[in-house]
Design a protein around this ligand. Structure first.
Ligand code: SF4
Length: 362
């Protein structure tokens, strides 16, 4: 059945860099294989079929390729996909064809955006961010080729979330900072209003009713917890040598607190950030746009779990932490260009969700 598809403006501009990509998506991920493709692989004839089945593994919920190399076993030395080369895109796992497109079917409408874990997607984001262009949704009527991703059917709540998101992004564009306490105050009250509504009725607040001159700050102790108890893993090098090097730099420079003086660590962190501000004059603006893009791609997750606070807090913390990685990279460099920023954001995005659990410990 046809439905409204809201497609973010940068979506159609995306083009995979293929062999030229410096942090190819065939590395460091477990590739889930959808049922139709799994069945095709089971019945593929000849040597290629034997190879496909040798790397196939059936998990509890889905099948995937197993590989001892930390990368897709079908990613060739020419940095291209050998499955695609042999049989074309339709023979590849759905997730490989789709990446970095995020296709979100909310049953009443769909949203299509780009996931910033791909450097080419980040470049499109940066182009909009730096030229001050807004991210618009282009609306088309079509039959979505992907399944419904939600169990909720509360259309009023979904409409409320869409309206609130538009208000929040407008407030950011009007000058509110991404770490304004007004955002968290709104989130907290929206969440308790949801609970009250379920028991005693009542309405939900508008972000426009909140204002604060205070900012949400995270100190070195919180950053350290997020880093060591969420982001960092000693085997990170398998996923990305580039990200691993940045993390090792943090370990060398700041290290685990307790062994060193937190004040000294805080001082080093401030110096790193000050240095970044010198090298990236538009940094605050870029961070605000990064958070705005996060809202556009993640705020509707609240439709599923009603967790305003978690969604907004994670977005703010994620935006603050990306600055740390930009700062680690920029140290000892004269300048940092868009290509480099895109690479840092893309590798960071792949690992950032690991901080969600550590967030509970703050
Ligand atoms: S990360 Fe993006 S540009 Fe690189 S290979 Fe994957 S889809 Fe293509």
């Amino acid at each position: 059945m046809k439905c409204e598809i809201r497609r973010i403006s940068i979506f159609d501009e995306f083009q995979c860099a293929g062999q030229r990509c410096s942090i190819n998506c065939c590395q460091g991920w477990k590739i889930p294989i959808n049922h139709d493709v799994y069945m095709k692989y089971l019945h593929e004839k000849g040597l290629f079929g034997i190879m496909l089945r040798a790397f196939l593994k059936r998990g509890e919920q889905t099948a995937f390729f197993r590989s001892p190399f930390g990368r897709c076993p079908f990613w060739g030395n020419d940095r291209l996909c050998s499955i695609q080369k042999k049989h074309g895109e339709e023979y590849m796992p759905a997730v490989c064809v789709q990446f970095p497109r995020q296709l979100y079917n909310l049953s009443f409408f769909c949203e299509e955006t780009l996931y910033l874990a791909c450097p080419e997607a980040v470049k499109l984001f940066l182009e909009c961010a730096y030229s001050d262009k807004s991210f618009e949704y282009h609306i088309i009527e079509s039959v979505p080729e992907y399944e419904v991703n939600t169990t909720n059917d509360d259309k009023n709540f979904l409409d409320y979330l869409v309206k609130s998101r538009a208000e929040l992004t407008a407030m950011l564009r009007d000058g509110m900072n991404f770490d304004s306490m007004a955002i968290l105050d709104y989130g907290r009250e929206a969440q308790s209003a949801c609970l009250n509504m379920a028991t005693a009725g009542g309405g939900l607040p508008s972000p426009r009713d909140y204002f604060s001159e205070e900012c949400y700050t995270i100190g070195i102790e919180e950053i350290n917890k997020l880093f060591f108890e969420g982001f960092f893993h000693p085997n990170l090098g398998i996923i990305s040598m580039f990200l691993h090097k940045l993390c090792k730099k943090y370990v060398r420079k700041i290290g685990k607190l307790g062994k060193r003086n937190p004040k000294a660590a805080d001082k080093k962190l401030c110096a790193l950030q000050d240095d970044l501000y010198q090298k990236l004059p538009g940094l605050d603006k870029m961070l605000n746009r990064y958070f705005e893009y996060y809202l556009l791609t993640n705020f509707l997750d609240i439709y599923e779990d009603y967790s305003f606070t978690r969604c907004l807090l994670y977005g703010i913390v994620k935006t603050k932490m990306v600055m740390l990685f930009l700062a680690l990279y920029a140290e000892n460099k004269d300048s940092i260009d868009r290509e480099e920023i895109a690479k840092i954001i893309a590798v960071y995005e792949r690992r950032a969700p690991q901080m969600k659990d550590a967030l509970k410990k703050l």
